[in-house]
Design a protein around this ligand. Structure first.
Ligand SMILES: [Ca+2]
Length: 284
């Protein structure tokens, strides 16, 4: 009996120890497993700051469908006949969606006489508006000659003006170019040599590497003023020749050309421009 009694006591002690152990395990799980999971889930559900103050969401694509929503976007299928001497040809195969993310892929590949293929989507004739808050959350590609951008262009085919929400040259992934382009005084001479523009480049020492993680890039465009906001912080504003006509959205990665220079042997292909969302707001 004593043995039994001792066994019971031992069992009780053991249970008591187990109970304490279970509590410790619970606390351990909460601190080191469950809390971090909750935080990660919250971060993934709410990846960005809240809607901008004083604005209401009027158009967005969070890319949660399996394929690109063609009621909102068109995939480009062309070589940009620009003055930049870019090397890429845009083809639909370089545009796809994966896990809620729009991906524009850039490859070193021979295709119809071009050496590089890349991705580009536009909202021309599908979504365009004058003024508002335009925001993208994206992780950018890198490497010399790689030139991702998010920009606005007039829907009526007039050019310029052009608002560049951001451009990045892949050889320096800590610099973002924010630009308001406007036409020269004499439109008949609208070449690059008479292409007026207002530029700004981030030069802070503490800016992040925009190719290593997601960041938000936005403009607030209103009559007579454009403000550029990166990760919630204003970085630039322009009050000169602010466009006052409806513009559509343009997302692309150019490869090579006059400004970035051509890719060199250090560039790792393919490169990917990851876009978590594009959102457009109007003033309430
Ligand atoms: Ca998304």
């Amino acid at each position: 009996m004593k043995t039994t009694s001792n066994s019971k006591i031992n069992i009780m002690n053991s249970l008591s120890h187990k109970s304490v152990l279970i509590h410790i395990c619970d606390i351990f799980m909460l601190i080191f497993i469950i809390f971090p999971i909750i935080i990660v889930i919250q971060i993934s559900i709410s990846p960005s700051s809240q809607d901008p103050s004083g604005y209401t969401l009027v158009w967005n694509d969070d890319f949660n469908d399996k394929t690109l929503d063609t009621s909102k976007w068109s995939k480009e299928n062309r070589h940009p006949q620009s003055l930049n001497n870019e090397l890429e040809i845009y083809i639909p195969d370089e545009v796809y969606i994966e896990d809620g993310t729009l991906i524009l892929r850039s490859e070193k590949k021979n295709y119809q006489g071009y050496n590089y293929t890349s991705g580009s989507v536009i909202s021309r004739d599908k979504f365009f508006q004058k003024y508002g808050w335009f925001e993208i959350r994206a992780k950018l590609p890198e490497g010399k000659g790689i030139w991702p951008a998010f920009w606005l262009v007039p829907n009526d085919r007039l050019w310029p003006p052009e608002i560049d929400v951001f451009e990045l040259l892949g050889h320096d992934t800590r610099k973002i170019y924010m630009t308001n382009h406007w036409e020269c005084e004499n439109p008949s001479k609208a070449t690059l040599s008479c292409f007026n523009q207002e530029d700004y480049m981030i030069s802070d020492l503490n800016v992040p590497d925009f190719s290593s993680d997601y960041h938000t890039f936005a403009i607030e465009w209103q009559p007579g003023l454009i403000r550029w906001i990166i990760d919630g912080k204003e970085r630039f504003r322009s009050t000169l020749y602010v466009p006052d006509i409806p513009m559509y959205l343009y997302l692309n990665t150019a490869v090579g050309g006059n400004w970035p220079g051509d890719p060199d042997s250090t560039v790792v292909f393919p490169q990917y421009y990851y876009i978590d969302y594009v959102r457009v707001y109007n003033k309430i």
